[in-house]
Design a protein around this ligand. Structure first.
Ligand SMILES: Nc1ncnc2c1ncn2[C@@H]1O[C@H](COP(=O)(O)OP(=O)(O)OP(=O)(O)O)[C@@H](O)[C@H]1O
Ligand SMILES: [Mg+2]
Length: 281
């Protein structure tokens, strides 16, 4: 039985507003701005909220500064975050001071210092560093179930109980692998295959080609939620934008699968919502 409580009402409204301000930033007189910095394998996103935590600006760029949640091009990452920050500052006519960042599940002991350093070196005061699924659930507002973040390099599965993340894991297989499959099948260079894949006009045609790799993701999900009483999974991450991915996963996992209208910006917005003026410990 599908869960009637999962409507993504808040999420869809927030993401919709964010998509609009990426194109047309809102110049308001806000006493403070909160920035969320999402350093991903495929994409780096900055989301900016005003004093009432409403989206006012955003910017993102595809980049290769992170691999599977680890920063591999440290200076490139700093330069990119600084550039995106500068672009938004110019549009808003203000200086962005406070930022929050997030760490992919399971890498905190390895890399949280690097993520923090990148955000600081880009000119921000970092006020919070949280894990990605906790950030995503700030926006999804799930009580129970699992959040599955299908990003560029990895699929992160996080189990939520009473609104809190109780189990996290991250495994290779994500949008990069989808693009590799397309690159092979269509004899296209990787970058072109990735662009072709992101165009929703091509999704129907691509779905059968990508079915095996989507089922691999289903296998990963089942492996991790098996020990928990999970019935509902909610998809986030750019790869979840693929039209129809939810149907294949629903069939394969035999779980209720939900996805918000645009799953790509859920985590960055959740990071921004977790930003404050005071440093959190
Ligand atoms: N409209 C779309 N259709 C299909 N795939 C898409 C679409 N938009 C983005 N993607 C894919 O989503 C991936 C990027 O998603 P996301 O920004 O969530 O990843 P990331 O955070 O950079 O990676 P990770 O979480 O693995 O570090 C890329 O592989 C990209 O090609
Ligand atoms: Mg990500």
């Amino acid at each position: 039985m599908p869960n009637k409580d999962i409507t993504f009402e808040y999420c869809d409204k927030l993401v919709d507003q964010f998509e609009r301000v990426i194109k047309n930033p809102i110049k308001t007189k806000s006493s403070v701005y909160y920035t969320g910095v999402d350093l991903g394998t495929a994409c780096v996103v900055l989301a900016v909220l005003d004093e009432n935590y409403n989206p006012v600006a955003g910017a993102y760029r595809y980049a290769d500064v992170v691999k599977d949640g680890m920063i591999v091009d440290y200076l490139g990452a700093i330069k990119l975050v600084r550039e995106l920050k500068g672009e938004i500052e110019e549009k808003l006519g203000t200086t962005l001071i406070y930022a929050a960042g997030a760490i992919p599940p399971g890498t905190d002991h390895l890399d949280s210092g690097a993520i923090k350093n990148v955000i600081q070196a880009a000119g921000f005061e970092i006020t919070n560093l949280l894990d990605e699924p906790t950030a995503a659930n700030e926006v999804l507002k799930l009580k129970n179930g699992a959040v599955v973040d299908i990003g560029g390099g990895t699929t992160g599965t996080s189990v939520i109980e009473n609104g809190k993340v109780i189990y996290v894991t991250d495994e290779p297989t994500g949008g990069t692998h989808f693009s590799l499959v397309i690159s092979g099948a269509y004899k296209l260079p990787f970058k072109e295959a990735d662009i072709y894949k992101r165009d929703i006009k091509n999704h129907k045609e691509l779905l059968p080609v990508l079915k095996p790799v989507i089922e691999k993701i289903g296998y990963i999900i089942n492996n991790h939620v098996g020990d928990f009483n999970v019935k509902d999974i909610s998809l986030v991450g750019g790869t979840a934008c693929l039209t129809g991915i939810e149907d294949i996963l629903r069939k394969y996992t035999k779980l209720n699968v939900y996805k918000p209208k645009n799953p790509m910006f859920v985590t960055p917005l959740g990071i921004a919502l977790s930003c404050t003026k005071e440093i959190q410990e």
